[in-house]
Ligand binder design. Structure first.
Ligand code: IMP
Ligand code: MG
Length: 331
């Protein structure tokens, strides 16, 4: 699997962090490039400890993995330094000098703007930081004294690793329905979240990519404002066991049943080569912790088959619980 891109199909929170941490250990991911910004939290449960990573790549659980932050990223310096300490990765993390920097003023604008509040942003200030970057008045990682020791040419490292047949993973954040281009505008984030954009933020061209893993959750969730087809009431979500609280912001997530049209469109726009279905155990509790396909109940197998026919891609990984190894690997 030399170069793999992992992206979300819905509104983020599909379980990308958990799947990426599984791939890190199982496939020995030599290099991981994280994209996006601090608004996204990737949850990794490893050795009974829960991490909500806003900046550090989710492959940190594999101790040989080189962790990189691509030039397209908006870096929150304090959050990055805090996570470097928590994960103990100081000697193997690198930041591109051209990353832009989110400052306190960006978060202040995000939180005080009536328009942005109406969209239900995370409040981290990513939109205002992007605006400043586009205006070409932004501060870059190369200007920040605390980051000097981590600076590296990320695109050069990633492309050299691919050329040397290393396993490289490009870590997408959020989901296609939050894309500035393809999502539910204006109720979207401030960047494109598709596989192509992930490559661009990392500095890797499309011909270098071998596989695109589309992460689909077995039901859909959304935080913030904007449409959510067939949204359930909170009571119904709780009854079904679908009610979630956001890892990053602590906000309540809205929920709805899996939507095959959205999944199909996400497979197309991302040119997905494989799909990953997460949280199958929430839909079918009897599947919790199962690691072989044969042990799944008939209904779960039918659901997976329908996902495959509707999206046109095979479901190669299935999440059956929160821990890194609660996975059915059909590859
Ligand atoms: P912003 O990205 O903070 O500007 O927020 C814009 C919209 O994207 C809001 O609806 C947020 O809740 C949503 N959003 C941003 N990042 C994530 C994420 O990582 N997971 C889920 N929703 C997100
Ligand atoms: Mg999340």
């Amino acid at each position: 699997m030399p170069c793999t891109v992992v992206v979300g199909a819905f509104w983020g929170d599909e379980g990308k962090g958990k799947i990426i941490s599984y791939l890190a250990v199982r496939d020995k991911i030599d290099v991981c490039v994280r994209t996006g910004s601090v608004n996204a939290a990737h949850t990794v449960v490893f050795k009974n400890k829960k991490f909500a990573l806003h900046m550090v790549p989710s492959t940190f659980v594999y101790e040989k993995s080189r962790l990189l932050i691509g030039a397209g990223v908006n870096v929150h310096v304090a959050q990055l330094l805090k996570e470097i300490e928590e994960t103990g990765v100081r000697d193997r993390i690198g930041v591109d000098p051209q990353c832009s920097i989110i400052e306190d003023k960006h978060s202040a604008i995000d939180k005080s703007s009536a328009h942005l509040k109406g969209l239900g942003t995370t409040g981290w200030g990513v939109g205002p930081a992007q605006e400043e970057r586009v205006r070409r008045t932004g501060k870059l990682a190369r200007d920040v004294p605390e980051l000097q020791q981590y600076l590296t040419d990320v695109s050069l490292e990633a492309n050299a690793a691919i050329a040397n047949d290393k396993n490289v993973l490009l870590e997408g954040t959020q989901g296609l329905m939050l894309s500035l281009f393809f999502g539910t505008y204006p109720y979207v984030t401030s960047r494109d979240t598709s596989a192509s954009a992930v490559c661009a933020e990392a500095g890797v061209g499309p011909t270098k990519v071998d596989s695109v893993l589309l992460v689909l959750k077995s039901f859909m969730t959304r935080v913030g404002a904007g449409s959510l087809p067939q949204e359930l009431s909170k009571d119904e979500a709780v009854r079904r066991g679908w009610f979630e609280i956001a890892a990053g912001t602590g906000r309540e997530r809205r929920s709805a049943p899996f939507n095959f049209d959205i999944a199909k469109r996400a497979a197309m726009i991302n040119s997905a080569t494989e799909a990953v279905l997460t949280k199958l155990d929430i839909l079918f509790p009897e599947c919790n912790g199962v690691t072989s396909f044969e042990q799944l109940c008939g209904e779960a197998k039918e659901f997976i088959a329908k996902v495959e026919t509707e999206t046109g891609v095979s479901v190669s990984l299935i999440g059956t619980g929160p821990s890194v190894f609660d996975v059915i690997d059909r590859r």
